[in-house]
Design a protein around this ligand. Structure first.
Ligand code: FCB
Length: 450
């Protein structure tokens, strides 16, 4: 008989969204357009030409959405601020109405007993800054620090946790290498420069958050554990490159003060020399590391797979989500223990975890059955508990996402929500996964069984 599952007493039970994916009204009340607004409005960039113009209409329905989160029993909520709502030109003039929205959100959360966890940059860069070179311009680190200072001075007395950036790897791989996300560039020469400036912005941002009195400051990365398809040396080497590129590219500089050696090999002549002093800015202890986990990858040597020469090997014995991501909960346990082994003791939060599956249409007044998402949630929370039992210092879990929302270039068809959103009417309907999550929260995990 195993003991029943019980998470630590003060464990945070949260859910996560980002501004452009849920808010809608992207230009309301004096907000400056973001690069994502432009990208989504460029023909051919998103599924069916879908945009974040309306999304979940959260900008106008925020109090109602916070009430839904309270019904779930959440004790924390992770959201991001749209930089361009706060600073329409990205620097300089503050837009009081834009900052006011987040001020009201924070108060609404606190009144519902939900701890606010704010991310400063979740991919929507002010278009005015994109026009000045965006992440390719070294000055962006100072622009970002000034933005952080403005926001933390206003909200820092009430926000429990601050993250500088969300998933810098996705910003650069999708935005600068493959062109599938804003700003849609395709250049291996730009990619490492954008990565480096993201890291510099993180470093200066962390200092700015602390100087302005922010309570806890950290960084959010996506980690996808890499497993070799065989013992063949070339598969092992390909897997190491894939791991360096995705999982160590940002964490090694932050925790260890330098890039993994494999990156120079991957980028070849496109890999620049970086000033040594930059690493004094980048390397700094975090109050917490946010880990976003969705899936793993099994790799084999495949020279044509650009840029790392590592092809993915499909695992037909396992379920895949509608993002085509393999469901493999054990990797969640493994990756948390890997972080501890490689980077030492830093408190962790699971800042995103969740699954997109097809959902049938909703019926008024009825809970929606989503057995695959229920299974994913249950199995990943069990895997998380195993990691904690094995010594991972995880302080909170944020389900992606409370609401179905705008899944970037994949548009609205990929539904990650615990609560269904009918995008034609904005009707919200609880799914069975929401009920399971509420039960888990209420019982500190006991509802997951043994
Ligand atoms: C992550 C993003 C988040 C969401 C999920 C599904 O990479 O941080 O905005 O799109 O994937």
């Amino acid at each position: 008989m195993t003991d029943s599952i019980r998470f630590p007493e003060r464990f945070l039970w949260g859910a996560a969204t980002s501004a452009y994916q849920v808010e809608g009204s992207p230009l309301a009340d004096g907000a400056g357009a973001s690069n994502w607004h432009r990208f989504a409005h460029t023909p051919g960039m998103t599924a069916n030409g879908e945009t974040g113009d309306v999304a979940c209409d959260h900008y106008r329905r925020m109090p109602e959405d916070v009430a839904l989160m309270r019904r779930l029993g959440l004790t924390a909520y992770r959201f991001s601020l749209a930089w361009g709502r706060v600073l329409p030109e990205g620097t300089g003039r503050v837009n009081a109405a834009g900052l006011g929205f987040y001020d009201r959100l924070v108060d609404q959360l606190l009144a519902a007993g939900i701890a606010p966890n704010a991310t400063l940059f979740h991919w929507d860069l002010p278009a005015a800054l994109e026009d000045r070179g965006g992440w390719l311009n070294r000055d962006i680190a100072e622009w970002f620090a000034a933005y952080a200072d403005t926001v933390v001075r206003r909200l820092g007395d009430r926000v429990a946790m601050w993250a500088t950036l969300n998933e810098p790897w996705v910003v650069t791989d999708g935005g600068y290498l493959h062109g599938t996300l804003a700003p849609g560039h395709r250049s291996p020469y730009e990619t490492p420069i954008a990565s480096h400036n993201l890291l510099r912005a993180h470093g200066l941002g962390l200092r700015a958050i602390r100087a302005a009195g922010g309570r806890q400051a950290g960084l959010v990365v996506n980690l996808e554990p890499k497993y070799a398809a065989s013992d063949r040396p070339e598969d092992q080497a390909a897997t190491r490159r894939a791991e360096a590129y995705m999982n160590r590219q940002y964490l090694d500089p932050v925790f260890l003060g330098g890039y993994p050696a494999e990156l120079a090999e991957i980028y070849g002549e496109a890999w620049p020399e970086f000033p040594a002093a930059d690493f004094d800015v980048i390397r700094a202890p975090l109050d917490f590391l946010g880990v976003n986990y969705y899936t793993r990858a099994v790799h084999r040597h495949e020279p044509r797979a650009w840029p790392v020469g590592a092809g993915r090997v499909r695992q037909p014995q396992h379920t895949y989500t509608s993002m085509d991501w393999e469901v493999y909960p054990q990797a969640f346990t493994d990756v948390l223990l890997w972080v501890k082994a490689r980077y030492g003791d830093c408190p962790l939060h699971i800042t995103e975890n969740g699954s997109a599956f097809y959902d049938p249409p909703t019926v008024e007044g009825e809970e929606l059955a989503d057995p695959l998402r229920v299974g994913y949630l249950r199995d990943h929370l069990r895997a998380l508990h195993r990691a904690i039992a094995a010594g991972a210092d995880v302080r909170g879990y944020f389900a992606w996402s409370p609401l179905d929302n705008f899944e970037w270039s994949a548009g609205y068809a990929k539904r990650f929500g615990l609560i269904h959103v009918d995008f034609a009417t904005q009707r919200r309907t609880f799914k069975a996964s929401a009920r399971l999550y509420a039960e888990v929260i209420r019982t500190h995990g006991a509802a997951l069984g043994a």
